[in-house]
Design a protein around this ligand. Structure first.
Ligand code: SAM
Length: 280
């Protein structure tokens, strides 16, 4: 297959907001990451946990290895890369009846093995923006089961072609992070699901053993590595024991179960970046 040649210069479009709503989005971290990433921008940025791609869209590198184990999310970005324009026949309506009708349509595509298509990406986008809190949840049969959200207004995008130039040289994968093939100089930014230390909630799919597996995988990479996570005791201990430098941050305010609006305590763990200054 012919490979696309890398452009010498690349005119990044002004500001392109992440088109999806995603739990744990890191748009707020981009200004800080920008300073650290700038000296490495001629190389490749690897995001093993892409989510809404807030970081890659914000840093605008030319080459990105973008991975997420959610195949519908990756199909959406692949279709955007190919110039997705949502058909005028698909009503982008902030309306409960339309939502449940289109949710059924998306699930029919899944059952018929046709979800990884422009139509699947269009429906995935619509459900993401209209559903409850941008959640992405599937039942045991693999069917999308998020209820309709309650938004006063939603600014939908129908034409994603403005994103095409930025994504032109991104490579997409949908696999477990550990299956990615890293090159020595790759700059890795990892944003796994948060470590939740004290919970009996069975819905946690990224377990402690996965956090350990990730930390060990990252510590074996010879190039620069930066990872963000919730600053739990065991996470900070884990990364410190593997020789990472730590920097603590206050994340955006989130509503806790007791109603307090406390900023989440976050940690950045860094390796292979020399004496980088991460102060504000
Ligand atoms: C915190 S979110 C990333 C958010 C992203 N940084 C942003 O700004 O939108 C974590 C992502 O990791 C993905 N994920 C969970 N387990 C994974 C695994 N084992 N390998 C790769 N991706 C995984 C989830 O689907 C989710 O999109």
């Amino acid at each position: 297959m012919p490979t696309k040649s890398k452009p010498e210069t690349f005119e990044a479009p002004a500001v392109l907001r992440p088109p999806l709503k995603w739990a744990g989005g890191k748009r707020w971290l981009v200004p800080l990451l920008q300073r650290v990433f700038d000296p490495h921008r001629s190389g490749r940025l690897v995001e093993p946990f892409l989510g809404a791609a807030s970081v890659s869209l914000g840093l605008k590198p030319v080459q990105v290895l973008a991975n997420d184990n959610n195949p519908h999310l990756i199909n959406f970005f692949r279709q955007v890369q190919h110039g997705l324009v949502i058909s005028p026949e698909l009503p982008l309506a902030n309306n409960k009846l339309v939502y449940y009708e289109l949710r059924t349509k998306f699930n029919t595509l899944i059952q018929e093995g046709r979800a990884f298509s422009p139509e699947g990406a269009s429906l995935f986008y619509y459900l993401n923006r209209t559903g409850f809190n941008g959640l992405c949840r599937f039942n045991s049969k693999g069917l999308f089961n998020v209820p309709c959200g309650r938004y006063r207004t939603i600014n939908y995008i129908r034409d994603f072609r403005p994103y095409q130039a930025l994504l032109a040289h991104w490579q997409f994968h949908s696999t477990d992070f550990a299956s990615l093939d890293l090159q020595d100089n790759d700059f890795v930014y990892a944003d796994p699901p948060y470590d939740v230390e004290f919970t009996k909630y069975n819905g946690v799919t990224f377990e402690w053993k996965d956090q350990v597996r990730l930390a060990e995988w990252l510590s074996e990479h010879s190039g620069p590595v930066l990872i963000s996570n919730q600053a739990t005791n065991r996470i900070t201990k884990l990364y410190r024991s593997l020789g990472f430098k730590l920097r603590y941050l206050d994340g955006p305010r989130r509503i806790a179960c007791n109603g307090d609006r406390k900023p989440a305590r976050e940690v950045l763990a860094i390796r292979g970046l020399g004496d980088v200054n991460l102060s504000d």
